[in-house]
Design a protein around this ligand. Structure first.
Ligand code: UDP
Ligand code: MG
Length: 323
């Protein structure tokens, strides 16, 4: 059976680029249908993320012209991650696989063929990974690379140079639906679901038209969101700082006492310094301990599934039917 593919494309104020890329997506899906990789029921689903220009009108027109195109609209602009999630959740019960991709033609649309081939040879999640960032400006490239390094140092593991161009099977999406958190960082959350995964490498191009909606400010916000959504390491760093400070304070206290005994200090100085050193390190350690508990509460509140079963030697339903 050929899998039914839904391509999920978030769009925010993309009236300039959509008329250029929509035919490219159509051609790609038709090629895959011709090659027998995906079924005739496959669709291209645009998610309008509260655009203020004529993006939604373009989407409606496209879907009127060809039933391969469909569209959903968010009630207001909620951001790229929420738009992708809305598309994935809408599609998961209608298809076998989804591929999420930006609508600006930056990610090589043709790489979808290799992604579907990876799926057909057993991968449930296929990450699109950028080969190089030669086409990005130096600034974009270095800030983006800094972003991945900082994320991993802070305990939020992400696939290097992978953004949100990926194939996910409907089965993985059904498990992912149990991740109830509202702060989304999809590229860090999908690996948490597990299942067999692989990577497909591709060249990243320049935007075909229009301008980026991800300036540095939004990239920093996304990185912070990613770190604080996936990891409690920053809280743990407070405890570590507390312990380092207390060692430093010990040295400070010894120094103050020596200065007092050798008469090098004015009256009251030694006791003031000693008190400051002692209290500040105790305070940091206490904040760190509270942080540990807050971190635990935070993880509990997410209510993520505690286990996900991927395979069984026997189908429990079939077993029950037999008895
Ligand atoms: N996007 C969205 N909502 C937003 C911002 C962006 O749906 O609030 C979409 C946008 O239309 C595009 C994708 O997310 O399809 C990536 O955005 P962009 O190309 O501007 O980011 P960049 O590639 O520069 O990081
Ligand atoms: Mg882009």
């Amino acid at each position: 059976m050929k899998p039914t593919l839904y391509v999920i494309i978030p769009c925010y104020n993309e009236e300039k680029v959509l008329p250029l890329t929509a035919p490219m997506f159509l051609e790609q899906i038709q090629n895959m249908q011709r090659e027998g990789l995906v079924s005739e029921n496959s669709r291209i689903m645009f998610v309008n993320d509260g655009s203020k220009d004529s993006t939604w009108e373009i989407i409606t027109k496209l879907s009127g012209e060809n039933r391969i195109f469909t569209g959903i609209a968010q009630s207001r602009n909620r951001g790229h991650q929420n738009a992708v999630l809305a598309g994935l959740m809408e599609a998961k019960d209608m298809c076998d696989i989804t591929i999420s991709i930006d609508c600006d033609g930056q990610d090589d649309i043709k790489a979808m063929t290799r992604m579907v081939e990876e799926y057909l040879s057993g991968s449930e999640v296929v990450y699109g990974v950028r080969n190089s960032r030669k086409k990005d400006t130096f600034f974009k490239r270095s800030t983006a690379q800094g972003f991945y390094k900082f994320m991993s140092a802070m305990g939020a593991e992400v696939v290097y140079n992978h953004a949100d161009y990926r194939l996910i099977s409907a089965r993985v999406l059904r498990e992912f639906a149990n991740f109830k958190e509202v702060n989304l960082f999809l590229r860090g959350m999908i690996p948490l679901v597990g299942f067999k995964s692989s990577c497909v490498y591709y060249e990243r191009h320049e935007r075909l038209a229009g301008k980026s909606h991800y300036p540095l400010r939004k990239m920093i916000a996304l990185a912070l969101d990613g770190i604080t959504s996936l990891s409690v390491k920053p809280l743990r760093l407070i405890s570590a700082m507390g312990f380092i400070m207390s060692l430093g304070s010990l040295a400070g206290i010894v120094w103050a006492v020596v200065a007092k005994l050798t008469g090098a200090a004015v009256d009251g100085w030694a006791s003031t310094v000693a008190a400051i050193c002692l209290l500040s390190s105790i305070q940091l350690i206490c904040t760190g301990i509270i942080g540990e508990y807050i971190g635990k509460i935070y993880m509990e509140v997410k209510g993520r599934p505690r286990y996900i079963i991927s395979d069984r030697t026997t189908d429990p339903q079939a077993d029950k039917d037999q008895t």
